[in-house]
Design a protein. Structure first.
Length: 194
């Protein structure tokens, strides 16, 4: 509305207010009690039964839409992580004797790298939730390239091995040789073996 239109409505509204004021004074508040009460009931009924239900429905729809957008945003990340987890689970060894299997696999990898172990500890086990972590320590003497190649072979192979601890000490004799203490760990499902 423009200012000119408001000015045109001004006298009309003043007249209406004057009529209402005079009517209220002549008839008294009891005369208008029933229409005002009915009007208030209609306003509240319209608010509770006409205005609020669509507003609540719209709010639920907006929440569902926001949840769908969030799900769509992270679905690719979820699929990628799920595929990675499945590939790791496939690498878990399913053997009757996980300790013996770990010992044989470590010995085999040492032979393939031409490393002779100085000592090997018996495998130890730690259970965490649905998995058993089997570890063993290998002490050996080798050159840096041999150690690096052996560790890469263990951690990069088809089986799930990881180096939990590695300590290297440079030896005086023979030249280029190092003594390493390596703790190797693998994971097996809790139900595997005995």
């Amino acid at each position: 509305m423009t200012l000119d239109e408001l000015k045109a409505w001004g006298p009309f509204l003043q007249g209406e207010l004057l009529v209402m004021k005079d009517s209220f004074r002549e008839r008294g508040p009891k005369f208008f009690q029933r229409p005002l009460g009915l009007g208030l009931v209609i306003v509240f009924a319209a608010y509770w039964y006409v205005y609020l239900p669509p507003l609540a429905k719209m709010s639920r729809i907006e929440e569902d839409l926001a949840a769908s957008k969030a799900s769509a945003q992270y679905v690719d990340d979820y699929k990628s992580l799920s595929a990675r987890l499945e590939s790791l689970f496939a690498k878990l060894p399913r053997v009757k004797n996980p300790g013996g299997w770990l010992l044989e696999e470590v010995r085999k990898s040492l032979r393939e790298e031409g490393i002779v172990p100085l000592s090997t500890s018996p495998p130890t086990e730690q259970k965490i939730e649905a998995y058993r972590f089997i570890s063993m320590e290998v002490r050996c003497q080798a050159t840096y390239p041999q150690l690096a190649s052996w560790i890469a072979r263990l951690e990069g192979g088809n089986n799930l091995f990881f180096i939990k601890e590695l300590n290297i000490r440079k030896d005086a004799e023979p030249i280029g040789s190092n003594t390493a203490a390596v703790v190797i760990t693998t994971v097996v499902p809790a139900g595997s073996g005995g």
